[in-house]
Design a protein around this ligand. Structure first.
Ligand code: AMP
Length: 419
């Protein structure tokens, strides 16, 4: 037990960190190009926020939240997603009084009591954006273009962007009635979850992964046929902007997303080779959310990308950069009692901006050389009996094999001149 982390969690080891940084850098650079600013909200929030902000009929709220009572008797939940928390922060900090729309992004861990498998974890990481305060289809297109540009910059191929409109509460009411009428006589054949969704959230039946439910919904009415004029115009405009930007997409009338607060545009980016976990990015408009969270009616749109899934896709396509270790200098101690002098040398190197490592384990020259090579050290600095006695070091260029002797100052000057 003590030597194993909780199920569904994963350590990100030093060898993996460069890959994470790489993705995070592409994200941050692209967000800067699109003028989205970073926000960092707490990892836990009042449970009520997620009940309201995600919707109590969703799987996330019903089955997947890490909820506990804290010592002050408050119900607290580890964030299962971050949109509700960003909206809470937007309201609490009156971000609406600054630039409109608020264009925000976050990167961080999320927690869901999911069934762990490849690409599905209980602690996972999302990068997401929220654009709050604009109703224009331009911003729907912008957030989609941002997601696409990040995935393209990473070099990912074979992704499909799926697009739908889930309408507004008005047109959804008409659609809901038509869908319920269609499903009424098939109800008994649906899975248990879908039978309970029938009254509460019938659109989600279209999203069910159960094969029987999928078969029973073949030929179901499509939301596209029920959109009101406003929703239809909005949806057409989003498609026009994406087409003009040469972004290809497919319309998927079954894309309803799991969460209740979505309105109008819904989208997902899929990478089919990830199988059941093929969704890399999911997002959409949530014009009802800010009001639900206690603010004035305010439109908003956002998405979240699962970073672990992006990593899996990059791995599959062999797109991860080759991360070679690198070190400017490795200080080798060839003489017992050279420790103090050795630490003086590494300290001088580090103070002068050179990365430096030293042997801490009293190993043989061969073992130290092996480590210097493994770390791709550019120089090795040797400290033997002579060097200690004469207060000098021997500096060896690991590439050319060239060796010279001098003071610490000489060593620094020589390394700087070859930089
Ligand atoms: P959602 O918040 O459910 O729309 O998810 C947005 C994205 O987060 C998905 O497209 C996935 O890439 C990722 N994601 C969601 N749940 C998990 C999970 N349990 N493990 C890993 N990634 C996840």
């Amino acid at each position: 037990m003590l030597t194993m982390g909780p199920r569904g969690t994963k350590d990100i080891l030093p060898k993996d960190i460069a890959n994470w940084r790489y993705i995070e850098n592409v994200i941050r650079d692209t967000c800067r190009l699109f003028d989205y600013e970073e926000i960092r909200t707490p990892i836990f929030e009042h449970t009520e926020l997620f009940l309201r902000g995600i919707g109590s009929t969703t799987d996330v709220v019903e089955k997947e939240m890490y909820t506990f009572t804290d010592r002050g008797d408050r119900s607290i939940t580890l964030r299962p997603e971050n949109t509700a928390a960003v909206v809470r922060s937007y309201l609490e900090n009156k971000l609406y009084a600054e630039t409109v729309p608020s264009k925000l992004f976050y990167i961080g861990p999320m927690f869901r009591y999911d069934r762990p498998q490849a690409g599905r974890y209980r602690q996972f990481h999302q990068f997401g954006v929220e654009a709050i305060g604009a109703a224009s289809p331009m911003i729907d297109a912008e957030v989609i273009l941002l997601a696409v540009q990040i995935l393209n910059t990473l070099g990912l191929k074979d992704l499909t962007l799926q697009l739908n409109s889930v309408g507004c509460p008005t047109c959804r009411k008409a659609y809901r009635d038509r869908l319920q009428a269609f499903l009424e006589e098939k109800k008994e054949g649906l899975c248990e979850d879908c039978r309970s969704r029938f009254d509460r959230n019938p659109m989600r039946i279209l999203d069910c992964k159960n094969e029987k439910c999928q078969a029973l919904t073949v030929g179901a009415p499509e939301i596209a046929d029920c959109l009101c004029d406003d929703c239809q115009t909005h949806f057409t405009a989003v498609q026009q902007i994406l087409t003009a930007a040469e972004v290809s997409f497919i319309l998927n009338p079954r894309l309803v997303r799991g969460l209740d607060y979505y309105t109008k545009t819904a989208f997902e980016v899929q990478y089919a080779p990830l199988g059941a976990q093929s969704a890399v990015c999911g997002g959409g408009r949530y014009d009802g959310l800010v009001e639900e969270c206690g603010g004035k009616p305010t439109p908003g749109i956002g998405f979240a990308i699962g970073i672990e899934r992006v990593l899996l896709a990059l791995e599959k396509q062999d797109l991860l950069p080759k991360n070679e270790p690198s070190l400017d200098a490795f200080v080798m101690l060839l003489q017992k009692g050279a420790e103090v002098e050795g630490m003086k040398v590494v300290t001088a190197l580090r103070k002068n901006g050179f990365s430096a490592e030293i042997d801490f384990a009293g190993r043989s020259l061969k073992a130290q050389m092996k480590q210097a090579n493994r770390q791709n050290a550019r120089y090795s600095i040797l400290l033997g009996e002579d060097e200690i006695k004469n207060n000098i070091v021997t500096i060896k260029n690991m590439q050319t094999g060239e060796q010279k002797q001098g003071t610490i100052e000489d060593m620094l000057t020589s390394m700087k001149s070859e930089d």
